[in-house]
Design a protein around this ligand. Structure first.
Ligand code: ATP
Ligand code: MN
Length: 251
């Protein structure tokens, strides 16, 4: 009918506008038609008002800054349907009771992955871990709070001069403990997935985080503890990976 045709036309125009936009030109490959449709839906639903530039273009996802609802800056993470490490994604999903029987369809795996990051962010936030607030998820597109501002975005711990490493370590340790208490292991925790703004530490990139029931959860935790311990040791404080693990898992 007429309304549907009007909507189709609007979508076509929207897609064309996004395709022509400077910030999307370099990585057009991320955006298949279904991804455009997902972005369109998020715009229609009011979660995204306008796109800014890319914050990060990674192997599995691109992150853009955007203007969200109520004048809030948001981060939009768009996973590639053609993620290069999709086999690895599958393994992370397989042992997770929340995503049992996901199978091997590439698209399904990436969509489940995006949902998983959204669910993990929610769970972490509820447990008192400072993460970007998850706002919406649609297919392979995740909208979350932008930490910091477009003009003054949060930076990775790896990029800054940590002013008080002792306190920073205690905060990270406590976040790890709360996350574990909520049944999650981050699985890729390091100074690259901890960002800092105005002295506040924020944990990001929870797509790969698994529940403690995952067959590899203990290995992931050991690795997280090693990464964190080695970073803070380089900051000149005395941190032991095994002690950190004991702290995190003690009830
Ligand atoms: P990588 O492969 O580099 O780890 P990724 O695809 O796993 O990237 P993220 O780690 O989630 O994606 O995000 C990439 C970068 O984008 C982060 O290092 C950070 O600088 C920035 N970023 C992500 N989310 C946010 C956010 N909510 N607020 C501010 N910056 C963010
Ligand atoms: Mn990351």
């Amino acid at each position: 009918d007429r309304i549907a045709r009007k909507r189709d036309r609007e979508f076509t125009e929207f897609r064309k506008r996004l395709k022509d936009a400077d910030q999307f030109k370099v990585e057009q490959s991320v955006f298949d038609d279904a991804t455009f449709a997902a972005i369109y839906k998020l715009v229609q639903d009011g979660y995204i008002e306008a796109f800014g530039g890319p914050i990060s273009t990674g192997k599995e996802a691109n992150v853009y800054e955007a203007l969200g609802a109520e004048d809030r800056d948001v981060a939009v993470k768009i996973y590639r349907i053609n993620a290069s490490n999709f086999q690895q994604m599958r393994e992370y999903l397989e042992g997770d009771p929340r995503f049992e029987g996901i199978g091997s369809d590439k698209k399904k795996v990436v969509l489940a992955w995006t949902k998983k990051e959204f669910a993990n962010l929610r769970r972490a936030k509820k447990a008192g871990v400072r993460v970007p607030e998850p706002l919406a998820v649609e297919r392979n597109v995740l909208v979350m709070e932008l930490v910091g501002l477009v003009e003054d975005r949060a930076r990775r711990l790896a990029e800054v001069n940590v002013e008080n490493p002792e306190t920073a370590f205690e905060v990270v340790r406590e976040y790890m403990r709360r996350l574990y208490g909520a049944g999650l292991v981050h699985g890729d925790l390091s100074e690259y997935n901890l960002i800092i703004h105005d002295g506040e530490l924020v944990v990001i990139d929870l797509g790969q985080a698994v529940t403690v029931h995952h067959p590899n959860a203990e290995d992931f935790l050991v690795r997280d503890c090693r990464n964190v311990a080695s970073f803070f040791t380089r900051q000149g404080i005395d941190v032991d990976a095994d002690e950190l693990r004991e702290f995190v898992t003690a009830v």
